[in-house]
Every structure is written in C-alpha cells, then in structure tokens.
Write a protein that binds this ligand. Sequence first.
Ligand code: SF4
Length: 698
Amino acid sequence: MTQAVRTTCPYCGVGCGVLAQPDGRLVGDPAHPANKGRLCVKGAALGETLEDAGRLLHPMVDGARASWDAALDRIAGRFAETIAQHGPDAVAFYVSGQCLTEDYYVANKLMKGFIGSGNIDTNSRLCMASSVAGHTRAFGADVVPGVYEDLEEADLVVLVGSNLAWCHPVLHGRLQAARAARGTKLVVIDPRGTATSSGADLHLALSPGSDVALFAGLLAHCAGIGRLDRDWIAAHGSGFEAALAAARQVAPTLERVAALTGLDPEAIARFYAMFATTERTVTVYSQGVNQSAAGTDKVNAILNCHLATGRIGRPGMGPFSITGQPNAMGGREVGGLANQLAAHMRFDMPGAPDRVRRFWRAPNLAERPGLKAVDLFDAVLDGRVKALWVMATNPADSLPRAGRVREALAACDFLVVSDCWETDTTRYADVVLPAAGWGEKSGTVTNSERRISRQRPFRAAPGEAKPDWWALAEVGRRMGWAEAFAWESPAAVFREHAALSAFENGGTRAFDIGAMATLSDEGYDALAPFRWPLRAGATEEGDRLFAEGGFPTPDGRARFVATPFRGLAAAPGGGFPLLLNTGRLRDQWHTMTRTGQVPRLSDHAPTPAAAFAPADAAALGAVEGGLVRLATPHGEAVLRVALDPGQRPGEVFVPMHWTDAFTSSGPVDLLVGAATDPVSGQPELKATPLRAEALPVR
Ligand code: SF4
C-alpha cells in the first residue's frame, strides 16, 4: 500500500472515518464528517485486531476442509432440496449489522425475491427494531430526521436509555465539546448512573420500563401550559387529540408520573420545564428505549413530544435514534429485517411487492413478512425452519434465552455459518465459510445520521476468505438464477440497490439514492461520505428532514400515536426479586471476537462482573470481588461482584460481551428472557427477573 486508504470503523453506529496509513498505522480521518479525525479507544485499537492467527482460512463441510466449489454446491443443493420438500419458508437467513449494505442487498434479494420467503432477519432486531417501527408508525417510513450537528446546535440534549459516553464515544465527545462552548444543558434518563449521567445537569433514574409514562406526562404537561405548536400540528399532523387523550389517561398528574416512574416529582417537573421552555431540544435515544417489550410505544411517546412542539428537522432540534452497529441503518435500507421488503418498501405498501418483483424480475417474490429473530430460532427448534444460514453474528451467545438458541442450532437439519473466526455458533455448523473481514472487503455502511460511507480494503484476506456478498451470489447462481446474481463487484451491487431505491418512485419515497444508480466503478472507489436522500440529479446531500412536513405517509402528515402504559413483560417476584439489565462496556464490542484480541482493551474490565447497588450487595452478604450465583427462569451463572453506587437498588447490570471462549460462566444471554415488543419484535434485553445468592469467599 503506497497511499492512505479511507475506510469506516466497523464498530458502533457513529460511523467514524478511519485512515489506513501506508506505514500500517490506523488513525481517525480528518475529512470524515462524523468524527473529523477523532477515534475512541476501540477505534484506535483497530490495528491490533488485524492478526491472521485464529482466522478461518478455508471452507469446512461436515468438519473437513473443502473447496469453495464443494461448499457452495452443498449449500445450494441442500437449500433446493429443503424448498422442494418443505417449501421456501423452511429456509432462513440470520444476518448482521456487521454486514455491508451490499452483503445485505444480495442476501435480501436471494431470500425474498428468489427463494420466496420473508425469512431473513438480522441481529439489528436486537438493536433498533423498535425505532424502525416507531418511525414507520409516526413518519410513514423509517427515517431519522436529524443530523449529528443537531447535538452541537441544541440548547438542551435529552439522552434516553443511552450511555453515549461508552457506547458512542466520539459523538459524546462532540456533545461535550459543544457543552463546553455554548453551555448546552444535558438531561440523562436512565435507570443506571453511568459515565454519561455523571456529567449531566439532571439525571432521572427512572424505574425500568416506565419511559412511556414519563413522556406521556411531558406531552400532557406541554399541552397543559400551552407550549404546543398548534399551527404545526394543524398543518402537518394527524391523530393528535387521540394521542393527547391517551397521554392524559396514562399521566393525569405529576404525582401519577412519579408513582409510575419512581422519580421525585420535583425532578420530573424540572425536566418538563426545561423541555417546555427550550426550543432547541434534541432527544437522543438508544438501546434502553429500544430493547424493551414496550419499545415501539416508548419511541412513539418521544416522537409525539417533538411533533407536538414542532421541534423536528430544524437546527438543534428533533428526536434522534442512535444505532448500535456500524451498518444497522444500511441493513434497514435494503430490507434486511423480516418485516421489510426492499429499499424502505414494505409488504403492505400498495404496489410495492409488484414493483420489486418487476425490478428484480423475481419469479418467487415472498408474499408476506418472515420470522423475526426470536421467532425464527423458535421455528428452527420446532422444525419449521430446516436450513439456516447465519452470517457475521454469533446467536449462540448474543440472542436472549441463549440456551434455547443453542438447542435450536444443534437441532437444525442444515446450518451454514459465515464468519472470520470460530465462535460458539460455528461449532454447530454443517458448513463453515471463511469470511473476508474489516480491512479486507469493499462496500458501504450507513451511520446513525443517514450517512453512507465506504469500507475499503487495505490488506489481503487470509487464506481463502471471501466477501459475504460473493458467497451469497454464488449460491444464487448455483440455484439456477445466474442472471439475477451476475454481479462482478460490490460497485455493481450498489448501483442496483440505488436504482431500486428510485425505481418508479415518483418522488415519494423517503429513501432514494437514485443519483448513485449510474455511478462508475471509479466513482464508487472514490465515493465520499454522503447523507441520503440523494435523488437522481441532486447535487447536495440530504439535510434535516420534515421541518416543513412532507412525511412519506399517504396524506403527507405525521401520525401521532396513542401510547398506553404497559409495565415490564416480566416483573420481579415469584422467587426472583431483582431485575437483570444487560449492555455494553466501553472497551469491548459484541462477543469480543475482535476486541478480545487486544490486551489493553481488556484492562478496562478484565473479567465479567455483576454490578450491584451497595445496599443490595450488603443485604446478600456479597462483597466487592466476591462470587455471586445469579439465577433467572432461563439459566444460571456465577460471576464476580462489583459494587456500583450508580445501580438503582433492586437492579443488577451484567455486560453482554463474554462468551464460552472467555469465561466459564458463559454469555449473560443464557439468563436473559425473550419477551418481545408486539410491534417491533425486539426483545426485552434489559429487564429479566433475577435471584442472586452470595457464595462463600474461600
Ligand atoms: Fe468506531 Fe464508534 Fe469509536 Fe467511532 S465512536 S471510533 S465508530 S467505535
């Protein structure tokens, strides 16, 4: 390599630009709008994750090394047999927010257009499906209205269910710089005291799952003191009075909000006053909102408040969902969720299935949505799904009720796993495919502010590792669809994706990157980060959306959504008096396949620990560093105790990262329940009833 290569960080949804230097160093890209040269500690350690040692180098079939031809023939043959015997819904893909948009596009086209099933879902279901559903209900499409600059131009930033300092560090750095420069006020709404809440002007440590009550109360409060934007509502909204009536029913008084949320009424009143009187307000929300059996209602309760005050799409104001993974957004764009079709079209949109069928010339277009992640693995276990391809994700550790997922993987008639490393999932596979990893493959990702950036290769893939889009296209060709899967490069896939986004659009589809449909290979190579939409003929990237209405609903209006209050799917009781919360640490990523290789990242938290409020630990007789046995209705684990004054009494936090490879306690998801949101299908990963018992110190 003689010149620096511009690429994008493969971790969180901030989507920072990375420069791979000719001397081997990896540094932040000063030209990338997301990070302007900054990297967090994980991004700065990327260069230490590029060892070939331990990588999967060759396809394996039935535990023996095989050629790519043999492996791909086996996959295509078994899929075809399964479809012939049991129908297309007996085949499924489970993919990942780590996949590039081009990988996702080919996987979705193969499953929904040609195999003929909706059964492709993604681990992004665990990350932001409730935001997708909430956006779709309110806006008519899954669109994030804001841009990162809004956090710098706001006078008040409200963070809900977000430990931004650890989970999106560069964006947190931008917010902190803005606070220092202009005195931005910060309210953090999170049951836990975290690195993010420690610097806030106000921290509301509400009861888990009570966000709907807090924001219903906020809507009722703004209405009660005349702080609504009645002109905006009349011009651009629908369903407001019903949503307000529902909010007033949930939260008729401040005292009722206090009772539901467990918060001090004075603190609630202070938050309500700050929100009501600060025009430039951004509400950023993340997994604490989404990972809930009431996640979609939580999202809509937040959106209602912004729509009702007309604070959307203008500088420094708007609701802002921040994604967890590097390409959760890109997957959403191409239909990588089972309930989506393609290019932000849904099965239930008039004309959309026919449009996609004609564009793809698809003989077997799926007629209905497929199985969402939790249901998909249930279907594997009970035999409805007989052939499964898992790509760039490790469900044996990362899905809730992981013990049941492992049973499903073991029972699956035919399991294919594509990955860079052996994982707790690859050990169940009939076919293992060695995937090209970050720094080795080429494609695009989309960050939380709709910005599409290139991932570019700067090193050779080890052994026979290949990109996922290529393996998927090869299987499509071998199943008899040579013309539809004939691409020779990711650039060709991207052009097709862009053309579909604009196909018979009529200017009405929110996601439209038609300007990219005629991009040359050279243009793709040189593509600078840009924000969608970017319609054919447009010369400027997409900016904020919806300030003047224009929502992609049939009548162009935003829909207010009534959000009744529901408690937790499973409340403490019946021998499980505590609540288990799970989430990320600052210096690890997912199931540690990459970050686990870097000793200095492990210094931050060398072993998994269960964080207890000191009073809870004392009541158990547990001490810092001692051992505790945790039990839920789904499993047990023994972990070290960490005393954390930030923990709300009655709640225990355990990080999500450790797996069988790193600890004998196994992944925390062995303990986590799988209740899901009825709209989004996102599981409640942050509230499982728990029992704890201190073990004798030896
Ligand atoms: Fe990577 Fe996120 Fe860190 Fe940026 S903030 S360097 S995208 S992990």
